[in-house]
Design a protein around this ligand. Structure first.
Ligand SMILES: Nc1ncnc2c1ncn2[C@@H]1O[C@H](COP(=O)(O)OP(=O)(O)O)[C@@H](O)[C@H]1O
Ligand SMILES: [Mg+2]
Length: 307
């Protein structure tokens, strides 16, 4: 099967709010698929529908080929979830939480104990296995929750903002673990409002805003979508009249910081020709020239503004 998740026109409303409004996307086997959007975009609602916590109003979704409405148990069998809010019991130990989760997923006791041990070691929690979760740091707790999500050795993992509110070190650790899981062939759907995280981890990103998907593509292609935001930074060794530069048809926007001009253009090539010609004609040297492609942040702002 090529697609591990297939979503068709999925919709969920709360009174007058359309939390998820006709969403379509497919997640390929073995990829880290990012669901990127601001707070309130509908990310959690989507994850909750796909993991069987809430029911869609309309639309269809398939998890590993199983229809989530018709075969919810089959669909759930091979997935793991790291929910937005912790599902660990704070009055139980790390070990007890893992065994309890294994039980919920129907993992046989012997397998469960072996897996719990392995996961605790892998997630650097083994020394604390019998301590109550109450005393855990946020990072330790999040590692435990990820371990719980993996107790049934799922093929597909949903993570809802797994690094939100974590310290830098814990975030890095979680991200490394996700990359390792991908190496092992797991498929991951990750929601985040962190652009850098999506950029670093994801093969493809869906940008979601106000319940609708604005774009789905690789981070690189998303950045190319907004051509006009290409930028040239240029420094001359003589004085340049900003007024003269702003008459260039290739320049959309012009800013100056220190002795550096920052020019926005939709045609990098023509602009470089034009400014080079211009400098030559004035007998002024170009001391630095940099081209910058738009950041994912700019793409995100542009796409969510349009929506
Ligand atoms: N149980 C609920 N009751 C009412 N409104 C909800 C509920 N869950 C989510 N919403 C609303 O749906 C929208 C999407 O929320 P959510 O899916 O949590 O967004 P995100 O995870 O992207 O921040 C928001 O406007 C939110 O207030
Ligand atoms: Mg959320």
């Amino acid at each position: 099967m090529e697609y591990v998740v297939e979503v068709h026109n999925l919709t969920k409303g709360y009174k007058e709010i359309k939390a998820v409004d006709g969403v379509n996307f497919k997640v390929k086997k073995g990829e880290i698929f990012g669901f990127l959007g601001p707070n309130g975009a509908g990310k959690t609602t989507t994850v909750r529908m796909l993991t069987g916590i809430i029911k869609p109003d309309s639309g269809k979704a398939y998890i590993l080929g199983y229809n989530i409405q018709k075969e919810p148990l089959k669909a759930k069998e091979h997935l793991g979830v790291v929910p937005e809010t912790s599902n660990a019991y704070v009055d139980l130990s790390a070990w007890q939480n893992l065994i309890l989760t294994a039980d919920l997923y129907g993992v046989p006791k012997k397998d469960a104990e072996k897996r719990a041990d392995d996961l605790l070691k892998e997630f650097d929690l083994y020394e604390r296995k019998n301590d109550k979760v109450k005393g855990f740091s946020k990072g330790m707790k999040q590692r435990l929750i990820l371990a719980m999500a993996l107790i049934n050795d799922p093929q597909l993992l949903f993570l809802d903002e797994p690094t939100s509110g974590l310290d830098v070190q814990s975030s890095i650790l979680i991200r490394q673990m996700l990359l390792q899981l991908r190496e092992k062939g797991k498929t991951i759907l990750l929601t985040t409002h962190n652009l850098e995280e999506a950029n670093k981890l994801c093969e493809r990103i869906a940008i979601i805003n106000k319940g609708k998907i604005a774009a789905i593509d690789t981070p690189e292609n998303l950045k190319k979508m907004i051509k006009k935001l290409n930028t040239i930074e240029i420094t001359f060794d003589g004085s340049i009249d900003v007024q003269e530069l702003s008459d260039f048809p290739e320049i959309q926007e012009i800013r100056k910081t220190g002795d550096k001009f920052i020019l926005n253009t939709d045609n990098v090539n023509n602009l470089i020709y034009a400014v080079t010609e211009y400098a030559k004609s004035k007998d002024i040297k170009i001391v630095a020239l940099n081209t910058l492609t738009p950041s994912l942040e700019e793409v995100f702002i542009e796409l969510t503004r349009r929506g």
